[in-house]
Write a protein of this length. Structure first.
Length: 425
């Protein structure tokens, strides 16, 4: 008996909507995105912080969001198959080293292959530990994070003792070739119309021009591939028999096994794919620096895992989470004063939350939201520039705040993290 039976689609539910929310809410999503752009534009005008919606900020956002997106997609495959992958950071570390080692010998194509291979090997170790030997998933993931850092240092000391680049064992020689960069036609060719509109600082129009200009110029080939992987992951996991079987392993592996689904094999495949995608996230970091450096990931594997949780284990949702965390990181790099403008944005959002809670007669939550909103507004009015330590912590603080707000509506796979043994359930 096979589980490849087509799942009926509910009325009003289309592929694009399924990609983001899994329901018929496309119009609400569209209005939400428009509302966010209007809100950002209004905050930019009131605060005078042009960097808030500049093309350079959006370009940096795309650059910083891609590794998080790839890691989150890797976590999606593993956790949809029922394997918690805390080891994404370690697999990303392995990917950076593999990309640096292969990249200086065979160029950017070799870096892609090397990073994906090393990340996949990390995923294979995690699969052997969790699927075959039944090790607790969190324990195995933490062990891989620790092991990966030690392994890459050992390999560096073994192979980079005569590093001509002068970095010693902490970095690789530069890549022998760089990946090609693309620019979208029409938006990036000819007269810089978008740049002219952005420089006028008009309400909404300039912000939209900055967004389009930032994401259309000099885009790396891996960036394009990463963006295309979002709909590809949705199609594979939700529109194919393979994806249906894989997700059944994360929801009810005993029932799937009784229907002839090869649960162990699919878990292995999912975790190896997870490691490969996390390794590609490390490759992207190497492409940015054109070199491998020790400690290059800087905790991005954990932030990618947070983006996955924020996105409720959906491809579109995790893409939004990666974009949010990438924006917070890009803004603190572009302008320390522009980060203060986020306090005004937080204040406006919290006031909206308070009004929504009050309409639902949740007065305690409404009062708390108003109090925190007032504190954020006071901070915006009184603080000119945040200390460097707080500014650099902005992406991590954003991660904590978003996860705390989204935690009440999360629905992970039912068998996520459970050790499965045939005949024991």
């Amino acid at each position: 008996m096979s589980t490849a039976t087509a799942v009926p689609t509910s009325a009003g539910r289309g592929p694009v909507t399924e990609l983001f929310l899994g329901g018929g809410r496309a119009r609400r999503v569209t209005w939400l995105l428009v509302g966010l752009l209007v809100l950002f534009s209004a905050v930019r005008v009131i605060s005078g912080q042009q960097a808030l919606t500049s093309s350079s900020t959006f370009g940096a956002t795309l650059l910083l969001a891609v590794p998080l997106l790839l890691v989150a997609l890797g976590g999606l495959f593993a956790e949809r198959a029922g394997v918690v992958n805390i080891g994404l950071e370690g697999m990303m570390i392995l990917g950076t080293w593999g990309a640096g080692w292969a990249g200086y010998q065979w160029g950017w194509v070799g870096a892609l292959a090397g990073g994906a291979l090393f990340g996949a090997l990390g995923g294979l170790v995690h699969a052997v530990a969790t699927v075959t030997f039944g090790v607790d998933h969190v324990v195995s993931g933490v062990a891989i994070n620790i092991l990966a850092a030690g392994v890459v240092r050992f390999l560096s000391e073994l192979l980079y003792t005569d590093n001509a680049a002068g970095g010693g064992v902490t970095q690789s020689p530069p890549l022998s070739s760089s990946p090609p960069r693309l620019s979208l036609p029409v938006l990036s060719s000819g007269p810089d119309l978008l740049g002219d509109l952005e420089s006028r600082h008009w309400f909404l129009v300039s912000d939209l021009a900055g967004l389009l200009r930032g994401v259309s110029n000099e885009v790396g080939v891996l960036t394009v591939l990463a963006v295309l992987m979002v709909p590809a992951a949705y199609l594979v996991l939700w529109r194919t028999a393979f994806g249906l079987r894989l997700r059944s392993c994360g929801e009810n592996p005993a029932a799937a096994d009784s229907l002839g689904v090869p649960v162990y094999r699919l878990k292995y495949i999912a975790v190896v794919i997870s490691g490969m995608l996390a390794g590609l996230g490390g490759v992207f970091l190497v492409f940015i620096a054109n070199i491998y450096r020790e400690g290059q990931t800087n905790g991005r594997g954990f932030i990618g895992l947070a983006a996955l949780i924020f996105g409720n284990w959906r491809p579109g949702g995790l893409a939004a989470g990666a974009g949010l965390f990438g924006f917070a990181d890009a803004l603190q790099l572009r302008s320390r004063t522009a980060v203060v403008a986020l306090l005004l944005l937080v204040a406006v959002i919290l006031v909206g939350v308070a009004i929504w809670q009050a309409t639902r007669r949740r007065y305690v939550q409404a009062v708390i939201a108003v109090a925190f909103g007032a504190a954020a507004l006071a901070g915006f009015l009184t603080i000119d520039q945040l200390p460097p330590g707080i500014v650099s912590f902005t992406p991590h603080l954003t991660t904590l705040l978003v996860l705390s707000l989204a935690s009440q509506r999360l629905r992970p796979p039912k068998a996520d993290g459970l050790v499965y043994r045939r005949g024991e359930h």
